[in-house]
Design a binder for this molecule. Structure first.
Ligand SMILES: [Zn+2]
Length: 178
């Protein structure tokens, strides 16, 4: 499959700066779509950046009365399989709540910790587009791999030889003997 990644720097994403506490108090919301090619932090993490990220950010007050941002996003990411170094595509559909802490607080932010809830120090200016990019980075798996049997591992794949580890070479040899 041909991949046609845009030239670097072709489409840098403009910041979308909000006052997060006001945004939450007002119950504001914003949705949009950003190109992966405009996200510099994805450059070294993805095999290709030809997709778009659909996002929604919703402001609300939590049950405890804390200003909160609900961030959800969907996208398809193309990473590199750690075993065969070929492209591996997967779908991301995440949702996270970010509680905005007061600028001066003695409260323990880890109290009542929940995997889907994050805390962020109070700030009067937050770039939502940067936040979305950060969420995409957080959604990346640590060691992506094709499912067993779906991997394109090929013995002596010369095009990726320089990046293959001793382990992938060993795995290739093992597979060859079958
Ligand atoms: Zn693979």
């Amino acid at each position: 499959m041909a991949s046609s990644e845009g030239a670097d720097g072709a489409s840098i994403i403009e910041p979308l700066v909000i006052d997060p506490v006001c945004f939450a108090r007002d119950g504001s919301s914003v949705t949009g779509k950003l190109l992966q090619s405009g996200m510099p932090r994805l450059k070294d993490l993805l095999a290709s950046r030809d997709g778009a990220v659909s996002y929604a950010v919703e402001g609300c007050m939590s049950a405890k009365g804390q200003p909160t941002l609900r961030v959800s996003l969907t996208t398809d990411l193309a990473v590199r399989c750690q075993r065969c170094l070929e492209e591996l595509r997967f779908h991301v559909d995440t949702r996270r709540e970010i509680v905005l802490l007061p600028r001066t607080t003695d409260a323990d932010p880890t109290e009542g910790e929940d995997d889907d809830i994050d805390f962020m120090p109070g700030t009067s200016a937050l770039d939502l587009h940067d936040l979305v990019e950060q969420e995409v980075v957080l959604s990346l798996p640590m060691a992506p791999r094709h499912a067993e049997g779906a991997c394109h591992l090929q013995p002596g794949a010369s095009n990726t030889g320089e990046r293959s580890s001793p382990f992938s070479k060993l795995a290739a040899l093992k597979k060859e003997t079958h």
